[in-house]
Design a protein around this ligand. Structure first.
Ligand code: VAH
Length: 320
């Protein structure tokens, strides 16, 4: 039975991954850690949890040893927009936290997962149907962190035999924990605003395509990759995964099939627009499909219907 340590457990992915992992592997086998201390029932009170600053190597080792974990899922990181605002902090946290987690995995012989991102590509990368193996010259600190992270995880596999695995996530859309500091956050905000105000002002311009995926598909991908036969994995760190390539107008059109009066307008954020412009329009997930059976269930219409239904209950529980 797996015993899993998760860092960044209160983040956008972690908040839902903890519940998913506990459902699959058992509550007591999933240790939720985060630097935040706020009480969120389904994370802190429903199973083992520890406060952890991932830049504290000894603290991470001590927690991993205390619970005798055999798997580390390292999610704690600053996202693209925040990383661009605070590049040195991003380097120290994103890379310092990662090397600490890899060292713990090496010393305790743990299997290891950490997400990369479409942010690992840059303006010289082929923009459409971006291949699994291609030019990676990102022009953001987040992208530098993600490419460095992919190489570091490959190194720990080749040099020390650590079973490292990762995916390049697209923008992730969820209704549980809002994202923070990302470039693709607009694709989450638009659904919240649709329910709360019936309109949304996008900071990303019309016609800007980016890859997106619904959180349930992302969680399934993590578990499927980690359970895959190690011998079949070629592109371990990290696999392109995606389901949707969309621009703000596509989200608005999908929302309008449920809310015909929904309005979308624009107030562009030059920093996040520049980040988005440096990323692919669409990436090719065929290596993930071939090597470990990646599949995603939610296309844009299905994602939109579920987001609006769940957010209606979350934000307007008493509405008829
Ligand atoms: C971000 N949501 O916007 C993250 C993600 C592909 C985007 O890495 O920074």
């Amino acid at each position: 039975m797996k015993k899993i340590l998760v860092t960044g457990a209160l983040g956008q992915i972690g908040s839902e991954l903890i519940a998913k992992l506990r459902g699959v592997y058992g509550t007591d086998n999933v240790i939720a850690t985060d630097i935040k201390r706020e009480k969120q029932y389904w994370v802190t009170q429903s199973g083992p949890h520890e406060s952890l600053d991932v830049t504290n190597a000894q603290a991470m080792f001590d927690i991993a040893k205390k619970y005798e974990v055999d798997t580390i899922m390292h999610l704690a990181a600053l996202l693209s927009a925040t990383a661009e605002e605070k590049p040195l902090l991003a380097w120290n946290l994103n890379m310092g936290g990662l090397i600490n987690a890899l060292e713990v995995a090496r010393e305790l012989q743990c299997q290891f997962f950490t997400p990369s991102s479409i942010g690992a590509f840059g303006p010289t990368t082929p923009k459409d149907n971006t291949p699994q193996v291609t030019i990676q010259r990102p022009t953001t600190m987040y992208g530098v962190n993600k490419v460095s992270g992919e190489l570091l995880c490959d190194y720990y596999y080749l040099k020390f035999g650590v079973d490292t695995r990762g995916v390049r996530f697209p923008g992730l859309i969820s209704y549980v924990a809002p994202p923070g500091g990302g470039t693709t956050d607009y694709a989450v905000e638009i659904y919240y605003e649709a329910i709360q105000t019936g309109r949304y002002t996008s900071y990303i311009s019309q016609g800007t395509y980016m890859d997106m995926m619904y959180m349930p598909d992302a969680l399934d991908a993590i578990i499927k990759l980690m359970e895959a036969d190690s011998g079949k994995l070629v592109h371990r760190n990290a696999y392109n995964v995606t389901k949707i390539s969309a621009q703000p107008e596509d989200f608005a059109a999908a929302i309008k099939t449920h809310m015909p009066n929904f309005k979308l307008d624009y107030n562009i954020d030059p920093v996040r627009q520049a980040i988005a412009d440096s990323w692919p329009n669409s990436i090719d997930p065929s290596a993930a499909k071939e090597e470990w059976g990646f599949a995603a269930a939610y296309d844009l219409p299905k994602l939109t219907a579920d987001m609006l239904e769940k957010l209606q209950k979350k934000l307007r529980p008493n509405a008829i």
